[in-house]
Design a binder for this molecule. Structure first.
Ligand code: ZN
Length: 286
């Protein structure tokens, strides 16, 4: 039998990306240096990381530390009751696109928005119109837009796009396959009976831009900030990962965990737990 060193010992942290919000107590600079030292390969910045800083300098700093800048979170929140509100959202998204361009982030994650009391179908129409309005700037900047379907519990005020299917419909309407795609986050879509087929369809349309990971705790004590570390909840992460891998997706696996409990921990200890969890999930397949 031929011994192939590469096959037998793949980098256990290959394709591991962290969202900076996962270690929210750390500054932008600490995230960069700590992730790099831990062997993390990619970083997704949140816009608060850029406050008071030059986005291009932050991007350069990350790349010099050996990190790939994966994306910028987040744009979106397009729906509004008035045209003035909707225009303000378009303007804000144009600023976000410009920041992503300067940062060197290939895509922006869109949390698309919703207005309490407004019909979800109307909000989805406004989301498609909002994305269409910023598409020329995104194209000019070379920054892709990744619609992130959100769990239906957020349909009141965070997103009227709650399934991969709805996200794909908006992509179809926009008809710009190179620029508009989907960020698939297991927290939001794990329950969807169409998930496997939707992942396939999204990838076939070349729209699978990102894959986000965390877990769903039982009980969940806070619907925003009580997300779990992979392995401590009920999401079939290995199975969903196999579906994603089967499409040929070779992008980063992005850890994005909002958690008051973990933010209160020592963040170095928290990072090492994330790394361990990732290794046990993926060490047998790069
Ligand atoms: Zn996400």
């Amino acid at each position: 039998m031929i011994y192939d060193h590469r096959m037998s010992s793949p980098n256990p942290l290959a394709r591991l990306c962290l969202h900076t919000i996962t270690t929210k107590p750390w500054s932008t600079e600490e995230c960069i240096s700590r992730y790099s030292a831990a062997g993390v390969e990619g970083i997704t910045f949140w816009r608060y990381n850029l406050e008071g800083r030059s986005p291009s300098a932050v991007g350069r700093q990350a790349r010099e530390a050996g990190l790939e800048v994966v994306s910028l979170c987040r744009g979106g929140f397009f729906p509004g009751r008035t045209s003035i509100e909707r225009q303000a959202a378009v303007d804000e998204n144009r600023r976000c696109i410009e920041e992503a361009r300067e940062l060197g982030a290939p895509h922006i994650v869109l949390v698309c928005g919703a207005v309490p009391g407004q019909a979800l179908a109307e909000s989805r129409k406004q989301i498609a119109e909002g994305i269409a309005a910023v598409l020329p700037e995104a194209e000019a900047a070379g920054v892709k837009l990744a619609i992130e379907p959100l769990h239906p519990m957020y349909a009141d005020d965070r997103s009227a796009v709650n399934t991969m299917s709805q996200a794909n419909e908006i992509c179809d309407v926009l008809g710009s396959p190179a620029m508009v795609g989907i960020a698939a986050d297991v927290y939001h879509i794990w329950w969807d009976p169409e998930l496997e087929a939707q992942i396939q369809q999204t990838a076939e349309a070349k729209r699978l831009f990102a894959f986000h990971l965390c877990d769903w705790k039982t009980p969940t004590t806070d619907f925003l900030n009580d997300r779990g570390l992979m392995g401590e909840g009920c999401i079939p992460i290995s199975q969903i990962s196999r579906w994603v891998d089967a499409t040929g997706y070779s992008g980063m696996r992005e850890i994005e965990i909002f958690s008051n409990r973990y933010w209160a921990m020592d963040q170095a200890e928290w990072l090492s737990r994330i790394v361990q969890s990732y290794q046990s999930l993926y060490s047998s397949r790069a």
